[in-house]
Design a protein around this ligand. Structure first.
Ligand SMILES: Cc1cc2nc3c(=O)[nH]c(=O)nc-3n(C[C@H](O)[C@H](O)[C@H](O)COP(=O)(O)OP(=O)(O)OC[C@H]3O[C@@H](n4cnc5c(N)ncnc54)[C@H](O)[C@@H]3O)c2cc1C
Length: 468
């Protein structure tokens, strides 16, 4: 009894409203009831034409917040897609816990064409010097302020020998595979079939399975390991195992030491995972099931003549056989961004990592995965970008300097097994757990419950509406 009182006290003194919502659970109905009454009148009386390019998580979060903040705003959205995908659910589809049809959201529910001009097209060219963009359909759209929210594109074609049609055949899968234009997120169901094919193979022998992670930034940096650990656990449930190889361009499992150490510990559950760091997939021989990796590393070279040691960059090809392979494609912003003056040298939107304002064009801001900033490409980051971006944009519209600062918040829900997640939350400074008294590295069932059952309604009813 004492114990439970103590626990209650400590909980109430630690819990913020946000934390409480997470723990208590938010059904769609409670979410609507709670928040329909707290809507404030849009108060900011600022003028100017705002163009938002994109129709995914970041664009919609920015739009909802702008509509809530600015009186009679003049906003144009340029996005070709009628639907968008609840992408965190793709991993759950791959693991057989959700259905592909659960992932689709109707953009018309969020882009109210009575208040907003929606051009259903893609931007083909950004011309920030003249404050205009051109669409594929040939429309020139001028703006006073621009928000770039195009996300990233997948480059399966950069893996020699691979075509998208190969995915789902010959032991190849990729959870990321999706096609917004066709309204499919087929990577999830393909990977679930792959889990089951792998299990069938493990009943007959010991398959060799490779999981890849490319040498570009990727959205949801944890997804390659989520697929590794969930598929290994799926086999383990039937006392089956395989030889698992995690081939990643990174040098560690995770950049935070406590999470990295825990992931190594978790890997011991599965017999046996071999990590191949600094390896990224270059080519694949689909017919003969051979994958060629580039192993890029630094070697210490001794020069006898001068008696000195020198670090030399080495890049060698490593060919590996496999029975099954899960491929994560290289990623980049779409060409329209990469080839524009808005891009940095690596092709990403060149925004300030704190204010999200473009470094050279003051009337341009970014949100979501397209931003060339050092932290995370996640929906969780985009949610934190939203309020910062909107406040800073309004300040610029008032002729002021942007003062709000993004702290780098990113969240990576690492599924270590069915029923457990490490909720790795961090920012530019280090660990940043939302529930401050819980260590970030511990796998917990409550995070599985939260991620599988609560996050999707929160995304749909709160985050996309700019309420959370
Ligand atoms: C498998 C997987 C698992 C994930 N798991 C998680 C997770 O657990 N937690 C988490 O927080 N995040 C997760 N994410 C990441 C998260 O979904 C993304 O970070 C988030 O969707 C980024 O939003 P965005 O708006 O930047 O991009 P997107 O949501 O991808 O939207 C980009 C939009 O831009 C449009 N567009 C592209 N080019 C143009 C153009 N030229 N003109 C006009 N429009 C254009 C597209 O049509 C699209 O509408 C996951 C992602 C994947 C794929």
């Amino acid at each position: 009894m004492m114990e439970s009182c103590k626990m209650k006290d400590s909980l109430s003194s630690h819990l913020s409203r946000r934390e409480a919502l997470k723990i208590l659970g938010l059904s769609p109905i409670t979410a609507e009831l709670l928040f329909s009454h707290t809507e404030a009148e849009a108060a900011e009386d600022v003028k100017g034409k705002i163009v938002i390019v994109g129709g995914g998580a970041g664009a919609i979060m920015a739009l909802s917040r702008l509509l809530r903040s600015i009186k009679n705003p003049d906003i144009t959205v340029i996005a070709p897609n009628d639907i968008h995908i609840y992408q965190p659910g793709q991993v759950f589809v791959a693991a057989g816990e959700m259905q592909e049809r659960d992932l689709f959201l109707n953009n018309a529910d969020y882009i109210d064409t009575e208040k907003v001009n929606w051009i259903k097209d893609e931007v083909e060219r950004f011309d920030p010097k003249n404050n205009q963009v051109r669409t594929r359909g040939g429309k020139e759209v001028v703006y006073d302020y621009l928000i770039v929210a195009t996300g990233v594109v997948y480059h399966y074609e950069r893996i020699e020998g691979l075509t998208k049609e190969d995915i789902g055949k010959n032991g190849i899968s990729s959870v990321y595979l999706s096609d917004l234009a066709k309204g499919t997120a087929q990577g999830g169901p393909i990977t679930w079939r792959w889990f089951n094919d792998l299990k069938d193979a493990a009943k007959k022998g010991r398959p060799k399975v490779i999981y890849t992670q490319p040498n570009t930034p990727i959205k949801c940096g944890g997804a390659p390991q989520k697929i590794l650990m969930l598929s290994a656990d799926y086999l383990k449930q039937d006392n089956l195992a395989a030889d698992y190889y995690f081939c990643t361009a990174n040098k560690k499992l995770f950049h935070l030491p406590e999470v990295d150490a825990e992931l190594h510990k978790v890997q011991q559950r599965y017999d046996k995972i071999e990590n191949r760091f600094s390896h990224y997939l270059k080519a694949i021989d689909v017919k003969n099931k051979k994958a060629t990796f580039i192993h890029a590393y630094e070697k210490d070279v001794y020069d006898e003549d001068f008696d000195t040691h020198e670090k030399v960059s080495v890049s060698e090809n490593v060919v590996m056989d496999y029975d099954f392979i899960h491929i994560v494609p290289p990623m980049s912003p779409p060409d329209a961004v990469v080839n524009s003056e808005l891009a940095n040298d690596a092709g990403w939107l060149e925004v300030d990592k704190f204010t999200l304002q473009h470094k050279r064009f003051e009337n341009v801001f970014g949100i979501g995965d397209v931003c060339g900033i050092p932290m995370g490409k996640t929906g969780g980051s985009a949610r934190h970008h939203g309020p910062i971006l909107v406040k800073n944009l309004i300040e610029v519209m008032k002729g002021k300097k942007p003062s709000e600062k993004f702290d780098g918040y990113t969240v990576c829900p690492l599924k270590t097994q069915y029923g457990k997640i490490i909720m790795a939350e961090f920012n530019y400074k280090g660990p940043a757990p939302t529930i401050s008294f819980l260590s970030i590295e511990k796998p917990r069932w409550m995070w599985w419950f939260f991620d599988l059952y609560m996050l999707e309604p929160m995304y749909k009813y709160l985050m996309l509406r700019g309420l959370f």
